[in-house]
Design a protein around this ligand. Structure first.
Ligand SMILES: *[C@@H]1O[C@H](CO)[C@@H](O)[C@H](O)[C@H]1NC(C)=O
Ligand SMILES: *[C@@H]1O[C@H](CO)[C@@H](O)[C@H](O)[C@H]1NC(C)=O
Ligand SMILES: *[C@@H]1O[C@H](CO)[C@@H](O)[C@H](O)[C@H]1NC(C)=O
Ligand SMILES: [Cu+2]
Length: 273
């Protein structure tokens, strides 16, 4: 009975959803795009969206622009510097406990500039993913639960081996609380502009945003309240040589000022694919 009411609460709750409010890198906090105050942070490093409801992309959006960087996304006007091997700390503006599912991170090279790149051309490679952590008790313990326990924040390491250059970091939570319904899974993607420095040489091949997910993937059609023992995280395979960071949430010590413009010397050569 208790389990049933939890399940119903999960299915029916109309809690506020969320967005990435801040991105903390090496102690500096950069603004994300905030749909609650869209004009207040013009130099955010987070791409703007038209998701003013703080909502999601459903499976109907998997083959449309919506899935790339959320609905109506436009390039952020600046970027933050980060060294390959550093950890990016991504602060969400809360997350509902009922919205359980995997957390995923991707990078896509922007070529000359993430401020002007056409999002349709971005090719994403997966650098991090946490899905079902423990399925022993339905609806299970998921990446989203670890995010909540980490003060609604997430961490991802920028792989040491990638070429320096401009990259979009695409971070995403997929909520499965309603995934037993026909188009019930909910993707919450957020895009962030980075300039990666370092001496890596790899340019992993990626996948266009509109090809990241299959609307018919069984991993977005399941009933987590019935209990899930194994779960295949949606999307392309993780690139090799990456490690999942142990989550923590260090407080930033200052505000970062986004950079604009570009340096040709850091433009990576296009990856063969
Ligand atoms: C799915 O997303 C599309 C595009 O945003 C929207 O028009 C439609 O109402 C959504 N459907 C459901 C069932 O959420
Ligand atoms: C938790 O996150 C909030 C922002 O949502 C932040 O203001 C607060 O300082 C964080 N607390 C800790 C202990 O990290
Ligand atoms: C669940 O998905 C259906 C579409 O299949 C939609 O009509 C309904 O509003 C969704 N419910 C919740 C709680 O998200
Ligand atoms: Cu919801």
């Amino acid at each position: 009975m208790a389990i049933l009411s939890v399940a119903l609460a999960g299915r029916l709750s109309v809690v506020a959803h969320s967005f990435v409010s801040n991105i903390n890198i090496n102690g500096l906090s950069y603004d994300g795009f905030r749909p609650t105050e869209p004009d207040k942070h013009p130099f955010a490093i987070g791409w703007s969206t038209t998701a003013f409801d703080q909502g999601y992309v459903n499976q109907t959006g998997y083959r449309t622009e919506e899935i790339i960087c959320h609905r109506g996304a436009k390039n952020a006007k600046g970027h933050a510097p980060v060294s390959a091997g550093d950890v990016v700390h991504i602060q969400w503006n809360g997350w509902p406990e009922s919205h359980k599912g995997p957390v995923l991170d991707y990078l896509a090279s922007c070529g000359e500039s993430c401020e002007t790149v056409d999002k349709d051309a971005l090719q994403f490679f997966k650098i991090n993913q946490v899905g079902l952590v423990d399925g022993s008790r339905a609806p299970g313990l998921w990446g989203s639960d670890q995010l909540i326990a980490n003060n609604n924040s997430w961490m991802v390491e920028i792989p040491q081996q990638i070429q320096p250059g401009y990259y979009v970091l695409r971070t995403e939570i997929i909520s499965l609380h309603n995934a037993s319904n026909e188009i019930g899974a909910q993707n919450y993607p957020q895009c962030i502009n980075l300039q990666v420095t370092g001496d890596g040489i790899e340019a992993p091949p990626g996948v266009l945003g509109k090809e990241l997910y299959d609307p018919d993937d069984p991993s977005v059609h399941l009933d987590i309240y019935e209990g899930v023992l194994t779960y295949n995280i949606p999307g392309p395979t993780l690139i090799s040589g990456v490690e999942t960071v142990t989550l923590s949430h260090p407080l930033p010590t200052g505000s970062g000022t986004p950079l604009t413009g570009f340096t040709t010397s850091t433009v990576p050569t296009p990856s063969p694919s």
